[in-house]
Design a protein around this ligand. Structure first.
Ligand SMILES: [Mn+2]
Length: 349
């Protein structure tokens, strides 16, 4: 059970988990609140308005905080007051990387704190079967939207309109949310990796970068396809082929035990030897799960080592300002052999 993993990680003293995605990971409850572990007891502290949603959380005692005494059974006016009473003088393990600076300062003024962010991130990086299933379903939903987008991108449609069709399709297919705002970037806009869709209408010769992901049962997916609309330039075709080669070579190397930095190096080498190295301006990939970007990090300076059942993306790209950009991204499951690639749709020209 995940709560047992937290108890083991905290080891001595008490623990308090502040990150919404971490609280969700350990309890299944998604909302404002803090998960506290002390003397073998797990307490889920929630604001009054979330009490009903939190009540069926298994393995925890739900306690409510509210600044005004609106009910006799509300024991705490705030999270800080609750922590002072529950934790007392015990040392406190917290997920520092997941909290805001104010909370950190207030906590460190009151408690002897120890950061367990790394340990929690490492636990989350390796997925259990339920998590893999949710990610796969999120992938299937993303796939339906991606196929639709590839077809409709050739109609007279703007970036905003196409991203709207994508969002509608994902929710219509069962997504509760989007892993991140859908990116549709066409023509010279595709040179911007995190472009925000505009009214620009897609036209012949364009590179169209579509970077989308559904969220299902709290789990994210992440996929990018670049569509080249007919009568595109020879240069664009060449760049596309380089990115694809880099992606396929990097994916082929993904296996348990390899350094994540090595995957980045393989993708980067392909792009560098084609002369486009200075246009590959982001890391090769990242872990995907409750958060769309999480551990492990597939970058040249990453210290992470890939393990079975980690879920990562491999997404090299080339971006030439004023001209175009190309990115190709798949989400994949690391195994002891070749990875399971959760492809959304074709990527060959
Ligand atoms: Mn990504």
């Amino acid at each position: 059970m995940r709560l047992d993993k937290l108890a083991k990680t905290v080891d001595k003293g008490c623990g308090a988990i502040f990150g919404i995605s971490n609280v969700f990971y350990f309890t299944g409850y998604s909302g404002a609140g803090v998960l506290v572990y002390c003397d073998g007891v797990f307490t889920l502290l929630v604001p009054a308005l979330e009490e009903n949603r939190a009540l069926d959380t298994k393995g925890v005692e739900v306690k409510v905080y509210y600044p005004a005494k609106i009910r006799g059974d509300i024991q705490y006016s705030s999270v800080m007051e609750a922590l002072e009473k529950i934790v007392g003088n015990n040392p406190l393990s917290v997920d520092v990387s997941y909290m805001d600076v104010n909370t950190y300062i207030r906590l460190s003024n009151k408690f002897q704190i120890r950061d367990i962010s790394q340990q929690v991130s490492s636990l989350r990086a390796v997925k259990d079967p339920d998590e893999l299933e949710n990610i796969k379903v999120a992938g299937e939903i993303t796939s339906i939207a991606m196929k639709m987008a590839m077809e409709r991108a050739t109609e007279k449609v703007s970036e905003k309109q196409l991203s709207g069709f994508i969002d509608y399709t994902m929710k219509n297919e069962g997504a509760e949310d989007y892993a991140f705002p859908s990116i549709v970037a066409s023509g010279e806009n595709s040179a911007e990796p995190h472009h925000i869709p505009t009214n620009r209408v897609i036209r012949e010769g364009d590179s169209v970068v579509v970077d989308i992901g559904a969220k299902f049962n709290g789990y994210c997916f992440d996929s990018t396809r670049t569509l080249l609309v007919k009568s595109y330039s020879e240069e664009l075709r060449k760049v596309y082929e380089v990115v694809l080669e880099a992606q396929l070579e990097a994916i082929d190397a993904v296996t348990e035990g390899i350094k994540a930095s090595e995957i980045d190096r393989i993708a980067r080498k392909v792009i560098e030897r084609s002369g486009f190295g200075k246009y590959f301006i982001h890391s090769t990939g990242h872990g995907v799960g409750i958060d769309v970007h999480e551990s492990p990090y597939v970058s040249f300076n990453s210290n992470d080592v890939l393990k079975e059942n980690m879920v990562i993306t491999v997404e090299p790209g080339i971006y030439i300002k004023g001209k175009f950009g190309v990115r190709i991204e798949d989400t994949l499951i690391v195994t002891k052999g070749k990875p399971v690639v959760l492809e959304t749709t074709y990527k060959l020209l």
